[in-house]
Design a protein around this ligand. Structure first.
Ligand code: SF4
Ligand code: SF4
Length: 87
């Protein structure tokens, strides 16, 4: 059963296994590592107010534990970023 923490940056604690990829990838340092009630390592998006909706964490997460709220038009943000990399 899903166990979502965060509003803009939603992390499903039942899926996250604490690999830290999102922690290192996030440009604005949104995540902290913590232990859930069963002492499993997970990430908590405690600084989600700093999220710039770049979607990098969603992309790097191997198990799709993160879901970013797209209400702010972040798909456009991602598209423009990818556009930039294609030159
Ligand atoms: S979308 Fe970008 S800024 Fe927001 S939490 Fe993920 S990696 Fe960090
Ligand atoms: S990348 Fe995914 S599995 Fe790894 S710590 Fe982040 S949310 Fe958890």
């Amino acid at each position: 059963m899903a166990d979502i923490h965060g509003y803009v940056v939603g992390v499903d604690f039942s899926v996250c296994y604490g690999c830290e990829k999102c922690v290192h990838a996030c440009p604005t340092n949104v995540f902290i590592m913590m232990q859930d009630e069963s002492e499993r390592l997970v990430v908590d998006p405690v600084r989600e107010d700093d999220c710039i909706l770049c979607l990098v964490c969603e992309i790097v997460c191997p198990v799709e534990a993160i879901s970013i709220q797209r209400a702010g038009g972040s798909d456009d943000t991602l598209a423009s970023l990818l556009e930039g990399t294609r030159g």
